[in-house]
Design a protein around this ligand. Structure first.
Ligand code: ADP
Ligand code: NA
Length: 330
């Protein structure tokens, strides 16, 4: 039997993935390629829903793709590509936009959150229709499952609704995807503000650990992570959110359970603990950074890998679109 197909995307909106992206998405994608027919795209069409400088967009798309390969995605097994390279996404998005009710689209809470920053009137229509483009990304590949965190559940529901509606109106065309519940990587929080998640939109770079950062700054940031006035390494989200976050990071990177880490650092104070967390981060990120740099320096090779991915994706997307166009009456 064919392996189930999984689809996921990541936005090229920063010059590096951070530790949250790595643990919450990228590392799990690498695992999924073992069991699934994996399609992963760098969603540059989504990135332009907010004003983006062209040179930055181009650079970030390449950096994102290079990091995915560097993190262990195998171009022989996984289909890794840049969304805009496969034009069919926008065509299907338009068709799905025409199947979506205004009220239905208006209920998407992520638009409300994202547009709150600059006000709904200033937000682009693309930001509003963002979830419908996402539905097109998923349905066009006939994906069986989509890895989702809590923030994406509503968008996957919309995708399922739109797929079912299309099938009902025009005849059976799309596979209706199921959520693939990601391994419970609880949110990694900002090192300077343990009440906020680590995010590229964090207020201070000191709170974020970037995959492409050098060992020196990485160590410094971990050593300076906000903790508390105590000295015991204990997992206590309420009273020791900073230490708890570092324990989550250490546990995720080393595979050691949190209670075992707590036992190991008993009586040792924060210094030793932080030093070892920093080493785990450096050990994980360094090979990925080195492979990313090598791939970015070899433009021909990165282009070649992305062309392979785009071609494989296009075959599936065109197949779906031939049927969609026919059913719609084009
Ligand atoms: P950001 O919050 O920096 O804008 P994105 O929203 O683009 O990051 O997230 C891309 C992926 O990384 C998503 O799958 C998301 O769940 C994961 N992710 C982002 N931040 C974190 C975090 N702090 N902890 C765990 N996973 C995260
Ligand atoms: Na985000």
């Amino acid at each position: 039997m064919a392996r189930p197909r999984v689809l996921s995307g990541i936005q090229p909106t920063a010059d590096s993935f951070h530790l949250g992206n790595y643990l919450g998405a990228v590392r799990q994608w690498v695992t999924l390629q073992e069991t699934h027919d994996a399609f992963y795209c760098v969603v540059d069409l989504h990135a332009i829903t907010v004003a983006t400088e062209p040179a930055a967009l181009r650079r970030r798309s390449r950096v994102a793709a290079a990091q995915l390969f560097a993190a262990g995605l195998d171009p022989e097994r996984a289909t890794v590509f840049v969304q805009s390279h496969v034009r069919e996404h926008t065509e299907l998005a338009w068709i799905l936009i025409c199947q979506t009710g205004m009220g239905e689209a208006a209920r998407m809470t992520q638009f409300k959150d994202k547009s709150a920053k600059f006000g709904e009137q200033a937000a682009s229509v693309g930001l509003f229709t963002y979830p419908i483009l996402q539905a097109a990304d998923i349905l066009i590949y006939q994906a069986n499952s989509v890895p989702v965190g809590a923030d994406q559940k509503q968008h996957l529901e919309l995708t399922r609704d739109l797929g079912q509606r299309f099938n009902h109106r025009f005849g059976d065309t799309f596979t209706i995807p199921e959520p693939y519940i990601l391994k419970e990587v609880e949110k990694i929080t900002d090192l300077q503000d343990p009440s906020a998640k680590m995010s590229k939109s964090s207020s201070s770079p000191a709170g974020i650990l970037d995959v492409l950062e050098q060992p020196g700054p990485l160590r410094k940031k971990v050593m300076r992570a906000v903790t508390d006035t105590g000295s015991e390494v204990l997992f206590d989200e309420e009273n020791k959110p900073g230490i708890s976050n570092l324990l989550r990071i250490q546990s995720a990177l080393t595979g050691t359970a949190i209670p075992d880490l707590v036992a190991r650092y008993e009586g040792q104070g924060y210094g030793t603990f932080k030093k070892e967390v920093a080493e785990a981060v450096v050990e994980t990120f360094t090979p990925i950074r080195e492979r990313t740099e090598k791939l970015l320096a070899d433009e021909v090779e990165l282009d070649r890998l992305l062309a392979i991915g785009a071609e494989r994706a296009r075959v599936v997307a065109r197949h779906t679109m031939a049927e969609v166009r026919d059913r719609v009456g084009f």
